[in-house]
Write a protein that binds this ligand. Structure first.
Ligand code: GLN
Length: 380
């Protein structure tokens, strides 16, 4: 069929998960946790289905969830958001990103993307008529530089699509890098779409800094969050969008014709979950941090070069010291011969790909991680 979508590759997550199923491999590729998510939040969703309301909820989201999102960000990130005019609920962060791109871009507008980038970004930017301009980030620190931003921004820059903490490279950007980015957004009058779905999954006492909270960014940032990542309920697809009223109004126009709304029972359960005490979030982070350390120590013992993982539930290994030059071939061998699925990080680049970094998801039980480590022993 003659369509630009027909030419798209199948997403790497689907390819690797299918290979993992076919080969019976331990799946550390696609990022989803073994943990089933908090029992009380799941029970709320079930109760809401049985006793609640199962018809279309309001287009912008259940009022109780919109209020819970605003309260949550006030408590955890010091933001002041008006639940009525500045918060909308979407069917996952991906819908929020797609809707924002469709709503904000006119064909020919430039969109600054940071590679490695989540694999949905580029096809969506292109389909919206945007012209991608890339900032290529390099391991092991993946930091922003003024030089790279000068290169990517132009008078045609309309939108900047930034992911912090960054999947797949597991960096949590410090305030200094965000200030640099904010300076460029302001100077070019660009809107920042900030995908912050990993905001709660940050380690070693790091604090997530929301871009929308920086001076001059309040009126030009779309903050995107997700219950899937906050509560280890990745299949729920409940996303949140926060933006100044003038932007939110435009985004709502796209949302009404994309999904219109999001299952009300899931919204009710997430509203309850967002009200949990700080201790819940601390314990969740500590659990992931412990898994990260267990897996990273195991990999190092086997001789792998492990890159820092400051947030997200991913960690990367540099395969260059093993004499490897092709992460895709390496991952194929890993799943087919050794029974472990991982993600080649080159899949997250459009240009200037780094080809020697491989991503593992460590949000798994100790038994799963240990089984993967046993299988990886023959590799390093
Ligand atoms: N966010 C998940 C990851 O990075 C994958 C989501 C998906 O499969 N599309 O692994």
């Amino acid at each position: 069929m003659n369509s630009i979508l027909a030419g798209l590759p199948t997403t790497v997550f689907e390819v690797m998960s299918r290979l993992a199923r076919e080969t019976g491999a331990v799946n550390l590729g696609q990022g989803f946790p073994d943990d089933p998510g908090p029992a009380d939040v799941r029970a709320r969703a079930a109760e809401a289905v049985v006793h609640g309301w199962n018809q279309y909820p309001p287009m912008l989201g259940l009022p109780e969830l919109r209020r819970a999102v605003a309260d949550h960000y006030r408590a955890h990130q010091g933001l002041t958001l008006d639940a009525e005019g500045e918060v909308m609920i979407t069917s996952g962060a991906t819908e929020a990103i797609a809707g924002a791109l469709f709503a904000l871009i006119e064909p020919g507008d430039e969109v600054v993307l940071f590679e490695p980038m989540y694999d949905a970004y580029l096809p969506l930017v292109r389909r919206a008529g945007g012209v991608p301009r890339f900032v290529t980030l390099q391991p092991p620190h993946w930091r922003l530089s003024e030089e790279a931003l000068v290169h990517a921004f132009s008078p045609k820059t309309k939108v900047v699509l930034f992911n912090n903490p960054l999947n797949p490279s597991a960096v949590v950007y410090p305030r200094e890098d965000l200030e640099l980015l904010a300076r460029f957004c302001i100077a070019h009058d660009a809107i920042a779409l900030c995908d912050e779905v990993w905001e709660h999954v940050v380690f070693d006492d790091r604090a997530h800094v929301p871009l929308i909270g920086l001076p001059g960014m309040r009126e030009r940032t779309v903050k995107i969050g997700s219950a899937g990542k906050i509560f280890s309920l990745t299949g729920w697809k409940v996303g949140f969008v926060c933006a100044a009223p003038a932007i939110l109004k435009v985004l709502a126009k796209a949302h009404q014709f994309l999904t219109f709304t999001t299952p009300p029972n899931l919204q009710a359960a997430v509203a309850y979950g967002l009200g949990k005490e700080e201790a819940y979030f601390r314990t969740m982070r500590a659990g992931f941090e412990r898994s990260r350390d267990r897996f990273a120590d195991g990999l190092r013992r086997l001789g792998f070069t492990v890159l820092p993982s400051e947030g997200t539930y991913f960690l990367n290994v540099d395969i260059a010291p093993l004499g490897e030059t092709d992460d895709v071939a390496f991952c194929r061998r890993l799943v087919e011969r050794h029974g472990v699925a991982a993600i080649p990080v080159s899949a997250f680049y459009a240009e200037g790909a780094v080809k020697t970094v491989v991503r593992f998801c460590f949000a798994k039980t100790d038994a799963t991680l240990d089984r993967a480590l046993e299988r990886l022993e023959a590799v390093a």
